[in-house]
Write a protein that binds this ligand. Structure first.
Ligand code: ATP
Ligand code: MG
Length: 687
């Protein structure tokens, strides 16, 4: 198949085109595209995939890895649109084959199932999300007596974070403790013991946690025979947002393509914001050095996203960073509107301001969907969510509490998981204890009985539950054996819901909205070919929570996007509001000690600012509520504008009345914006 015309290439600039045409469809030496925000990296990657397909590459042999499932599906759609310009209807057929697109974790899960038998894994493994993992860590901790005897032993979440960091950084425990968890150094021996037992428990129960999906994949690649087979399965491997991969992910890529041929990675070192998950900015900087045949490096300098005023402000923020590969970006988009630095009294006024401006913009024709509100931590949007709800402004929140985090949805999924993998104790514990009369010890006894039996269904049927559970236990056993023997997807989910509903009403006061969630879940399930794919996908990348109790708004509806900065990666909006642009929030007051941490905070602000196309509002409440770190508790502080914004880059706007509210709460009452304004005035008097 050769293209009659390649008009889509004409939309690209020379550098983008060089990246797209590198190798001209052939498997060739590695390619690195390293460039600043909005310079068209993702766009170039999509064009490159389309170009490969147009030039005859087999889409089933293309592996595309992105930062989220949403990014992967947007990318495949874009590829199809581009290819369609050349190939018409045929493109759809071809791009259908492009089904190896997803996050590293999701791809890992699929490959591990494919190769499970080769590597001694039961292919029916289930996947634990972070909360399940922490629960299992806790179970193991109790079994080892670590929590009872030593009350100051790190909490389950901390244990899991340490474990995860060690795994993903491919590091030893001690240096990780010293660098990131210094208060746990004294527990190194116990932690090692705990982690060993945690690994045993996962294996006994046939579960993998998130980190295992990478770790097992990497281990699998360490076996030369399998690595070769796997590597040969894909002609082209392409990765977006490469700056946020960790060492394990880099090792996987290298094992799949040791000579780098067919490998394309794309990223921006100035946007590396995931070091708390062991992301390693060195991956992208060191990429060229890894290959015997040198990598081709393409840089892009033209930004197509933002106006010059926004870009200038963003460049000023990142320009102060000490170590950086990418150069300053330029744009042809002129605008008289500088980004706005808005001073408000407190978070309530901040919420009010945003709601006002969002509605104003909508009046001017900027749909809600073209606007977003970004913040550092999920709980920062609390006051705003209340205000939006009060004013009936629909929104979807990314990166916060997930639809699946609610207890009732987790209950139902746990039941499915337990059916899929009866050894999964975290799931079993959760489900069995829904039944009145079943507590932890009865649940544990039931699981032991299942484990001793040849068949888990028989084990459960012969288990004698405590008499007080007589009313509900038999129904549960019937459901379990029914689902195990005659599984029908997605009808299984309805059976589970019907069984669960009486429990739902018993456990929760307000059952109706929760039942609506479960119906919503059934709708989602209908889009999946099997129970296993549904469980895997939902565990790895759950749908986001929304303002609407009936579930996510339909695609054609209009809604405002609320997102953590981390989850806003790669996206863009006409109008962007950044909340809490104050010292103590960005940078976080936890990060001001270490130089590296501080630099990551700077990059975080850079990522936030570069999401905006036409209009950017950075809001600084003068009073800012800090949520409790254990040692300090919740408190209000007087905050000053984030240190990362240089003077003069933003227009100012103050919404507070003077004098500001109670100054008594803090001995220190800086009013930084006003002070800076005055300074400028003083200077101006003598000019
Ligand atoms: P980020 O670093 O934020 O991920 P990016 O480098 O991946 O950004 P894209 O999202 O690919 O940038 O592109 C930014 C915007 O610029 C998009 O709206 C895209 O459609 C547009 N764009 C990219 N290249 C071109 C081009 N050659 N001509 C016109 N518009 C372009
Ligand atoms: Mg991108």
């Amino acid at each position: 198949l050769t293209a009659p015309c390649e008009a889509y290439l004409a939309t690209l600039n020379a550098e983008q085109r060089a990246a797209v045409e590198h190798g001209d469809g052939e498997v060739t030496r590695p390619l690195l595209v390293i460039a600043g925000a909005g310079s068209g990296k993702t766009n170039t990657l999509a064009h490159r995939v389309a170009h490969l397909i147009v030039k005859g590459a087999d889409p089933r042999r293309i592996l595309l890895m992105t930062f989220s499932r949403r990014a992967a599906s947007e990318m495949t759609k874009r590829v199809e649109r581009i290819a369609a310009r050349v190939m018409g209807d045929k493109a759809a057929l071809l791009t259908d084959g492009l089904n190896w697109a997803g996050t590293f974790h999701a791809i890992g899960a699929r490959l591990l199932r494919d190769y499970a038998l080769e590597i001694g894994l039961d292919p029916a493994f289930t996947i634990h999300d972070r909360e399940d993992s922490a629960d299992l860590m806790n179970l193991v901790r109790h079994e080892l007596g670590l929590s009872k005897t030593e009350s100051r032993f790190p909490a389950k979440g901390t244990c899991l974070a340490i474990y995860s960091r060690v795994v993903n950084a491919r590091a030893e425990l001690e240096p990780i403790l010293a660098k990131s968890f210094p208060w746990c150094i004294g527990w190194a021996e116990e932690l090692k013991q705990l982690f060993a037992a945690y690994v045993d428990a996962k294996q006994a129960q046939n579960v993998l946690d998130y980190d295992d999906l990478l770790l097992w994949w990497a281990q699998m690649c360490a076996e030369p025979a399998i690595a070769e087979h796997l590597g040969n399965r894909f002609d082209h491997i392409l990765v977006d947002e490469y700056q946020d991969t960790n060492r394990l992910q880099a090792a996987i890529l290298l094992a799949l393509k040791p000579d780098g041929r067919g490998l394309t990675v794309v990223g921006d070192d100035a946007q590396s914001i995931y070091s708390f998950r062991a992301a390693e900015v060195r991956n992208i900087l060191d990429f060229p050095g890894h290959f015997p045949e040198s990598a081709r490096i393409v840089t892009l300098d033209r930004n197509y996203r933002s106006t010059d005023a926004i870009l200038e402000a963003a460049n000023a923020v990142i320009g102060e960073a000490p170590e950086r590969f990418t150069k300053n970006l330029w744009t042809e988009r002129r605008s008289a509107e500088k980004p706005l630095l808005v001073t408000v009294r407190d978070e309530a006024e901040q919420a009010n301001y945003v709601a006002d401006k969002v509605l104003e913009a909508r009046e001017e024709g900027i749909a809600l969907k073209q606007q977003s509100v970004l913040f550092r931590a999920s709980h920062h949007s609390g006051p705003l969510e209340i205000e939006l709800t009060r004013r009936n402004i629909p929104f979807v929140k990314f990166g916060g509490l997930k639809f699946l985090d609610s207890a009732h949805v987790k209950d139902v999924l746990a039941l499915l998981r337990f059916t899929e993998n009866p050894k999964d104790r975290v799931a079993a514990f959760r489900v069995m204890q829904l039944i009145p009369g079943i507590g932890p010890s009865a649940a544990a006894a039931a699981m032991d009985a299942m484990e001793r039996a040849l068949d888990p269904v028989l084990g459960l049927q012969f288990f004698r539950a405590p008499a007080r559970a007589n009313a509900d236990w038999p129904g549960f056993v019937d459901l379990f054996s029914g689902l195990r023997s005659r599984s029908a997807w997605p009808a299984d989910l309805e059976r589970v819901r019907l069984w669960y509903e009486p429990h739902l009403e018993r456990i929760h006061e307000e059952a109706a909205p929760r039942r609506a969630d479960l119906l919503q879940l059934e709708q989602i399930a209908a889009g999946y070919p099997s129970r296993e794919r549904f469980l895997t996908d939902l565990t790895l990348d759950p749908p986001d929570a929304t303002s609407d109790e009936a579930g996510p708004p339909h695609l054609d509806e209009d809604y405002l996007i609320l997102s953590t900065i981390h989850s806003a990666k790669g996206q863009e909006w006409t109008k962007v509001f950044v909340l809490n642009g104050v010292d103590g929030c960005i940078p976080s007051d936890l990060a001001v000690g270490e130089r590296d941490d501080l630099e990551e905070e700077r990059r975080l602000l850079y990522v936030a600012m570069t999401r905006a196309k036409d209009s950017l509002h950075l809001i600084t409440p003068q009073r800012f509520f800090v949520h409790g770190q254990a040692s300090r508790g919740d408190r209000h502080v007087y905050a000053s504008r984030t240190r990362f914004i240089p003077d003069g880059m933003l227009d100012r706007f103050t919404r507070t009345s003077w004098p500001p509210p109670s100054q008594a709460a803090s001995g220190r009452t800086p009013q930084p914006d006003i002070r800076v304004d005055l300074k400028a005035k003083m200077r101006g008097m003598w000019r």
